[in-house]
Design a protein around this ligand. Sequence first.
Ligand SMILES: [Zn+2]
Length: 162
Amino acid sequence: MATRQILQPTNRETLLEVSDAELGRGVRIREKGIDFVVRTVPHRKQRYETSGDWIPGDPAEIRVSKLKNRLYVYLIAVHEMTEYAGCAGKKDIDQRSITFDLLFELERKAKLHGPFDEPGDDRRAPYYADHQAATEDEKHEAAKLGVDWDSYEKAVNRLRRN
Ligand SMILES: [Zn+2]
């Protein structure tokens, strides 16, 4: 039997309200004209070192690392959906983005980047502009929700594998 999903496309307000357990099974949301399924996964199950990931498809899949604070999960989901909306339709964008992110992690090991530098802030990233727009959207939502940006960043940084 297929994994149970909430099949009704929902909106951001609904996404914000659903429990982490429901997010784990997957929540459908239509955002910026794209159908998404958003779910939480254990951080170690991410495809590479990241707290949020998008995987092209219909629906496009958003994977957010499990975090105790559901507002943080929501903010990561918002970032990933906005970023993906900018990337959708670009040729081989998934493969090119992953290749770049893996390269960036190798460079980090070689001490070419700081421990918390983000690949999306590197101008070579194929999704650079989309990441910047996504961070703006994320910061806007954080302000609306009264989330302290520094505490949020610290919680996300603590997920990092060594
Ligand atoms: Zn990003």
